[in-house]
Design a protein around this ligand. Sequence first.
Ligand code: 6PG
Length: 253
Amino acid sequence: MSAPPSKEATAPVLFGFPTTDNLSQALATFVLKAQDEALKKQPTFRIAISGGSLPKVLGKDLIGRDGVPWDKWEVFFADERVVPLDHEDSNFRLNDEHLFSHVPIPRQNIHVIDTSKLDDPEAVADDYEKQLVASFVGSSSIAFPRFDLVLLGIGPDGHTCSLFPGHALLDEMDGWVAWLNDSPKPPPTRITLTYPVLNHSLRVAFVSTGEGKQEIMKEVLDNPNPKEGLPSSRVRPISPGRVFFFSDDAALK
Ligand code: 6PG
């Protein structure tokens, strides 16, 4: 009889690359491996993607790959700014520019915020949570969704998603999607996946590039503190989930 799976988080894995282009190639391969593993056991590959510098690095190599079953992708946003989809701050728009507009992911498989509720961020978060429930719950009831892959960035203050240092949302342990209107990084009004969702994912990959990330990467890698540390350090999925860091040499010097 095999041992029951451990609930303990496993150690993060760091991948370093000489250039951002090398990182983009390896990231595309990593994403497609996660996709293949997901599709062996289920009909869709469920991925959550952030904004910032990530979509450009992600799209660079991925959009040229052959034979990708894009119709089996189901995409959510790890966080989203509560703005119209064509607004320059929209994470949908950014990902559309660098990825979605180049590949045939069915539009209904890209889960965007309900823009008819922009003046009520709580309603936007509730609606987004309902979209997650509809995708993940199916016929059985589950406590939290389990993404096949979540792709995140790290801000200079250690934030990730829209989970900022010292913010009350760091303690949100029940909801799947939360909202805030006091983000220190503009724009102020956003929705974000919560820690329980991030920490039930099968894979979380942080992507950080460029010398502007040197200090924060040193802090995150040298002083991990999953309980009380920086928001990005608190992402430690329970087994069999794993955290990966994809960084270029400039970010790791
Ligand atoms: C957002 C992001 C945010 C981002 C980090 C890193 O929408 O603001 O999801 O969490 O990933 O701020 O951004 P950079 O990679 O651009 O530094």
